[in-house]
Design a protein around this ligand. Structure first.
Ligand SMILES: *Cc1c(COP(=O)(O)O)cnc(C)c1O
Length: 373
């Protein structure tokens, strides 16, 4: 008998679980016709605020726009240095570069994949030596685990830097009992379909407790509006979340808590099955992950990929190159040592991960990995 195909991320299983709730939510938007900033947008912002513990939530058109708007709100521009990990998705550095500011690449930790806080001093010196004005840090909660915000917030405070958390992969995760969105001055997240909480298109949000920053972000989202849309007090963007996407997210948010628990179960099973075979991801004390990716590391990565592929199991390499090696970014300054970011691309492998991944499928995946090794 042919085996069931295994999905990398199974959005169909989630659809089945939600039944007709999403089509009905979409139909409600079609009926009221407020496609831009309709009532679902406001409702979603309230629910996200409740969920995260952040005082203000500003939804927007994508995770990239969220980062961009946060940088704009801080007035980031030419001559400014913003510290970003080199091992991340390109959007983290792209938003900085788009504003004419300079991303300064910093190394990550080998086992958690998170920004290595001990490297920030050297990065700061590099920026200053390059004649730049150090302005901020964008830590990335890579693969779903919050960065070390305690230390990063402290470092930023000491040096007068802003912090923008890139929580595109971590919405729903916790650090010391507080959720992403409430861990630093301002946090950006993404609702791209493959993220832990995803819509059916592009979407994102910003989280902050700072009233003034929130006001600025709301203005930037709609062309820098003042009291109304034709009173322009800032140079902004068209960065709104579609009402239809908000309606979809409201339905998905209602099962998100359960899905986070399921994701964690899947991760725990992987950790047991893969123990002593490969290096499994490390979650730091006091933190949880929402497992945007389940990323293992092994010296025999390519052998494992080939065998999984031969047996019809999807896997992915996040990320195949550090940003400081990418054509568009190789000219930017870097902290002195980026060894880990350089080594990881050859060793990482992300395995199928979603809340509905069954034990049997996981056993099959891990058996193949064992065979390959
Ligand atoms: C997905 C992602 C983004 C960008 O989000 P979009 O919604 O796709 O624009 C930014 N940073 C990280 C780390 C991401 O994974």
């Amino acid at each position: 008998m042919a085996q069931q195909p295994i999905a990398f991320i199974d959005l169909k299983a989630q659809q089945r679980r939600l039944g007709d709730r999403i089509p009905r939510a979409i139909q409600r938007v079609l009926d009221h016709g407020q496609f831009i900033m309709g009532p679902e947008v406001r409702e979603l912002e309230e629910k996200l605020s409740e969920f995260s513990g952040a005082g203000h939530v500003i939804t927007c058109a994508s995770g990239t726009d969220a980062l961009l708007m946060a940088l704009m709100a801080h007035g980031t521009g030419p001559g400014d240095a913003v510290f970003v990990p080199s091992f991340t998705f390109v959007a983290t550095a792209e938003a900085v570069a788009l504003l004419g500011a300079t991303p300064v690449f910093v190394d990550v930790e080998a086992d958690s994949f998170l920004l290595d806080v001990t490297r920030l001093d050297a990065a700061l010196a590099t920026a200053t030596r390059s004649g730049l004005n150090p302005r901020g840090i964008i830590p990335v909660d890579l693969f779903g685990q919050p960065a070390d915000y305690m230390e990063i917030n402290r470092f930023a405070g000491q040096h007068g830097l802003f912090v923008i958390g890139d929580g595109a992969q971590s919405f729903g995760a916790e650090l010391d009992g507080n959720r992403v969105g409430a861990l630093t001055q301002v946090t950006a997240t993404s609702f791209f379909p493959a993220k832990p909480l995803g819509c059916y298109g592009d979407g994102g949000a910003l989280f902050t407790d700072d009233d003034e920053l929130a006001g600025k972000l709301r203005s930037l989202r709609v062309h820098g509006k003042g009291t109304d849309k034709y009173d322009n007090v800032n140079i902004g963007i068209n960065g709104r979340l579609d009402t239809i996407q908000a309606a979809i997210l409201l339905e998905k948010l209602s099962i998100f808590e359960k899905e986070i628990a399921l994701r964690d179960q899947v991760a725990k099973r992987y950790a047991t099955l893969l123990e002593n075979l490969v290096d499994v991801p490390v979650i730091r004390q006091g933190r949880t992950s929402v497992w945007a990716q389940y990323t293992i590391t092994t010296d025999h990565r390519d052998t494992v990929v080939q065998e999984l592929k031969r047996q019809g199991i999807p896997s992915a390499v996040y990320y195949p190159a550090p940003l400081h090696r990418q054509t568009a970014y190789e000219g930017y300054p870097r902290a002195p040592d980026l060894t880990i970011s350089e080594c990881l691309p050859a060793r990482v492998l992300s395995l199928p991960m979603h809340p509905y991944l069954e034990e049997e499928a996981q056993s099959r995946i891990c058996d193949i990995i064992r065979q390959a090794l």
